[in-house]
Design a protein. Structure first.
Lengths: 369, 302
C-alpha cells in the first residue's frame, strides 16, 4: 500500500463516527474517535506525548523567540499539535437537562482508566470530551505489536452504565516511528522522543566516559571554552572516534521519512548491536550531544538523516556530521560530506531540521527506556 | 523543466530592463525564477559586478564593491528571493482587495495581509498599489542582468532545484491558468488573486527558511584533532580571512539569527531588516486583532 495513502486513513479524531450508537435517557453518544493509524494501530512511542498541549507551547515559544522559530521546521504541518488519545461527542436530545455524566476509557492491560466529566447538557446541546488514559510501562515493554481492547463507557451520576463500546486495537512496539499522519511529516517532531540521553542501562554515559579519554584535557565540557567551533568539534570528534573504535557499523537501510512508519532502534540498542542505519546513528550522536548539554538537531531529508549540533547556547550555526561514515571514514570527512549534503538539501528545499532542544521545551520528552 | 521553459521564454522575448516607472508581475516572476535557479556564489559575484557599470571586474563580494552599503547589498540570494515573493504576494492581495468582490471573511483576511505588507515597505521591492519600484529593486535587477544573459545564451540554470518552490509553483500555475480563462467570473478571479498571494507567501517562507539556517563552512580540526590554522587548509573557514581568529565561526546572538545575510558583510550602520519585519508582523497581528474585534462588534450590532 502506498505509504502516503496509508497515513491519510489515520488518526484524525472523531473520524470513526457512529451516529446514534447509544441512546439512554435522552443522551446520545454521537461519535467516538481514536488516535489510531489505519483505524486500529497506536504507536507506543507516542503514548508519553499524549495529552500535551503542544499548540500552546509552540505559541509561547514563538513569542519568546520571535524571528528564529522558523528554523525549526520547513512545514507548518510538522509543528507539534495538541493531541489526545480519544474524543467522545455526547448529545442530549431529550427534553430534560442531563447532568452528572462521566466518560470512562480503559486500554486493557496498558493504561489505567481515564475518567472525564461531561458538561451539563441542556436539551439539544452536545459536548465533545477528550480522553487520554495514562499508559503504564507495559506499553514500552512490548517487543512486538500487541492487541489490546479499548473500553469506553458513559456513566450517569449514580454510576450506571448508559453506554459501552469496546474496540480492538493494535499497540505498535515502542521502536515504531511514524513520520506523518495528516501530512507526510506532521509527526516528524516525534523523532526527538527517540533521542534518549539518559537510558536506563547508562549506555550513553559509558560512551561519553570513553570519549572523554580522547578529548583535550580528558574531559567533555559541553559549551565551555573561548573558541566555540573548536570546543564543539573536539568533543564531536572524540565521540565519533569512540563510536568508531567500538565497532559500530552502518547498516544500509534507508529511512522512510515522509513515506511510512518504520522500526527505529534506540541509541542504547544501536550501541549494543554495534550497528545502525542513518537515523539510528543520528539518534546515537544526538543523545550523546544532549547528554553533554549541547543542542543537537536531527536533519531529515527524504530517505536520509544525519546529525547536527549547534555551535553554542546563543549560536544557531549548525555543525553537521554524516554518521553513516563512522565505521569507515575519519571524522573530518564525515563533516565535509555532511556540510555538502545539508547545503544541497537546503537548496532543494527538502531539509527538515528537528531541533531537539526546542522540542524539549515544548514537552517532547525522551521515550521511557 | 520549469527553468528550461523560463529560459525559452526569455529567448523568445527581448531582455527586460528594470523599469524606472513601474515593475509588473511578469518582471518580478522572471526575477524570482532567475534567483531560484542560480547559486548563492553566483549571486554574490554578480553583485560585485553590478557596481562598476555592470561590467565584470572580478569576484568582489556583496557590499564590498564600491562601498555599496545600501540595505539590499546585504541581502543574500535566498533573502532577496523571499522579498521578491513577498512583493508578488502584496501585488496579488492588492488586486484581490481592489476588486471589492471578495466575501467578507476573505476580504478581512486579504485586507489584513495587504495592510501588513504596506506597513513594511522596506521588505518589498515595489509599492503594491502603484507598482513603483524601490531604489533597491533597480540594484537587484542589475545584479540579475549577468545571469539573465547567461540563461539566454545557454538556457541552463546553475542552482539546485528547490522542490518545495517547484511544488508551490505548480499550484500557482493552476491558479494562473484559471485566472487567464475569460470565462472565470470576476468574483472568482478576486478569490484566485488572494489564493495566489498566499502561495507567494508560502514561497517566500520556503526561501527564507533556507536563508535562516547557518551552517559551518568546514571543520577546524586536523586529522589528529588539533586546531587548524588559516593557512593549513583551503577549506578552512578562515583561510581567506587570516585576520580573524583561527578555528572560530563568529557567534551570532539569537537576536541576529534571521539577519544571516548580514553576517558575512562589513558592518554598516543600516536599519535592521529583522526589526522592520518584526514590526510589520506586530502591525499585522494588531491589524488582525482589530479586524476580529470589528467583526465581533458588527455581529453584536446585528
Amino acid at each position: 500500500m502506498n505509504g502516503r495513502r496509508l497515513f491519510r486513513t489515520l488518526v484524525t479524531s472523531i473520524c470513526l463516527s457512529a451516529p446514534g450508537v447509544a441512546r439512554a435517557g435522552g443522551v446520545v453518544v454521537k461519535s467516538v474517535g481514536y488516535q489510531l493509524i489505519e483505524g486500529e494501530k497506536f504507536p507506543a512511542f507516542y503514548a508519553h506525548l499524549l495529552g500535551k498541549d503542544f499548540s500552546a507551547a509552540w505559541q509561547q515559544y514563538q513569542q519568546a523567540n520571535a524571528g528564529s522559530a522558523q528554523e525549526m521546521f520547513l512545514d507548518d504541518g510538522s509543528r507539534p499539535q495538541s493531541n489526545d488519545f480519544a474524543s467522545v461527542t455526547v448529545e442530549n436530545d431529550g427534553d430534560a437537562p442531563a447532568e452528572g455524566l462521566r466518560l470512562q476509557m480503559t486500554v486493557e492491560g496498558f493504561a489505567e482508566p481515564a475518567t472525564q466529566s461531561v458538561p451539563a447538557l441542556k436539551p439539544g446541546e452536545s459536548a465533545t470530551v477528550a480522553l487520554t488514559p495514562a499508559f503504564n510501562d507495559n506499553i514500552y515493554a512490548t517487543q512486538e505489536s500487541a492487541p489490546a481492547n479499548v473500553d469506553t463507557k458513559l456513566l450517569d451520576a449514580q454510576g450506571n452504565v448508559l453506554f459501552e463500546k469496546t474496540r480492538r486495537i493494535t499497540i505498535l512496539s515502542k521502536d515504531y516511528m511514524v513520520w506523518g499522519i495528516d501530512s507526510d511529516y506532521d509527526l516528524a517532531y516525534g523523532i526527538a522522543a527517540f533521542v534518549t540521553p539518559h537510558d536506563s542501562g547508562k549506555a550513553i554515559d559509558k560512551l561519553l566516559s570513553a570519549a572523554a579519554e580522547k578529548a583535550p584535557g580528558r574531559a567533555l565540557g559541553g559549551y565551555q571554552g573561548d573558541d566555540h567551533q573548536l570546543a564543539v568539534e573536539q568533543q564531536a570528534k572524540a565521540i565519533y572516534d569512540t563510536i568508531h573504535e567500538m565497532g559500530v557499523k552502518y547498516v544500509n537501510a534507508p529511512i522512510s521519512f515522509g513515506k511510512n512508519d518504520q522500526r527505529v532502534k534506540l541509541p542504547a540498542e544501536s550501541l549494543a548491536d554495534k550497528s545502525g542505519n542513518c537515523i539510528e546513528g543520528t539518534l546515537l550522536f544526538a543523545s550523546a550531544f544532549e547528554s553533554l548539554g549541547m543542542r543537537p538537531v536531527v536533519i531529515l531529508a527524504p530517505g536520509h538523516a544525519f546529525v547536527g549540533v549547534r555551535l553554542w547556547d546563543d549560536d544557531d550555526t549548525i555543525l553537521p556530521i554524516e554518521t553513516t561514515m563512522v565505521g569507515t571514514d575519519p571524522y573530518k570527512d564525515a563533516v565535509k560530506t555532511a556540510i555538502d549534503e545539508l547545503n544541497q538539501y537546503l537548496g532543494e528545499g527538502t531539509a527538515t531540521i528537528v531541533d531537539v532542544t526546542v522540542l524539549r521545551q515544548l514537552g517532547v520528552t525522551p521515550s521511557p527506556s | 523543466m520549469i527553468a528550461l521553459a523560463f529560459a525559452a521564454a526569455l529567448l523568445a522575448s527581448p531582455a527586460r530592463a528594470a523599469s524606472t516607472d513601474t515593475v509588473d508581475t511578469e518582471q518580478l516572476q522572471q526575477d524570482a525564477d532567475l534567483l531560484a535557479t542560480m547559486t548563492d556564489t553566483e549571486y554574490v559575484t554578480n553583485a560585485g559586478r553590478s557596481r562598476v557599470s555592470d561590467m565584470p571586474t572580478g569576484g568582489q563580494s556583496t557590499g564590498q564593491a564600491a562601498g555599496d552599503d545600501t540595505p539590499d547589498s546585504r541581502l543574500s540570494r535566498p533573502r532577496t528571493l523571499s522579498m521578491v515573493y513577498d512583493t508578488l504576494a502584496a501585488y496579488e492581495y492588492n488586486q484581490a482587495a481592489d476588486s471589492g468582490l471578495l466575501p467578507q471573511p476573505e476580504l478581512i483576511e486579504t485586507g489584513a495581509r495587504l495592510k501588513a505588507y504596506r506597513s513594511r515597505k522596506a521588505g518589498l521591492f515595489a509599492d503594491p498599489a502603484t507598482r513603483k519600484p524601490s531604489s533597491s529593486y533597480a540594484r537587484v535587477s542589475r545584479r540579475l542582468a549577468a545571469r539573465r544573459a547567461a540563461v539566454q545564451t545557454t538556457g541552463r540554470s546553475t542552482g539546485a532545484r528547490n522542490k518545495k518552490l517547484a511544488a508551490l509553483g505548480a499550484q500557482l500555475s493552476s491558479v494562473r491558468k484559471e485566472l487567464a480563462d475569460p470565462r472565470t467570473p470576476a468574483a472568482r478571479k478576486a478569490a484566485l488573486h488572494a489564493k495566489a498571494g498566499k502561495i507567494y507567501e508560502d514561497m517566500s517562507a520556503a526561501a527564507r527558511y533556507q536563508a535562516s539556517v547557518a551552517v559551518v563552512t568546514a571543520s577546524v580540526l586536523d586529522d589528529d584533532g588539533n586546531a587548524l590554522t588559516a593557512n593549513e587548509s583551503t577549506d578552512h573557514p578562515n583561510a581567506a580571512k587570516p585576520a580573524r581568529k583561527a578555528g572560530r565561526v563568529a557567534a551570532k546572538p539569537k537576536a541576529k539569527r534571521v539577519a544571516d545575510d548580514a553576517a558575512a558583510q562589513p558592518a554598516a550602520p543600516a536599519p535592521s531588516e529583522e526589526d522592520e519585519v518584526r514590526q510589520g508582523e506586530a502591525d499585522m497581528n494588531q491589524m488582525e486583532q482589530d479586524m476580529h474585534q470589528q467583526v465581533l462588534q458588527r455581529a453584536k450590532d446585528q
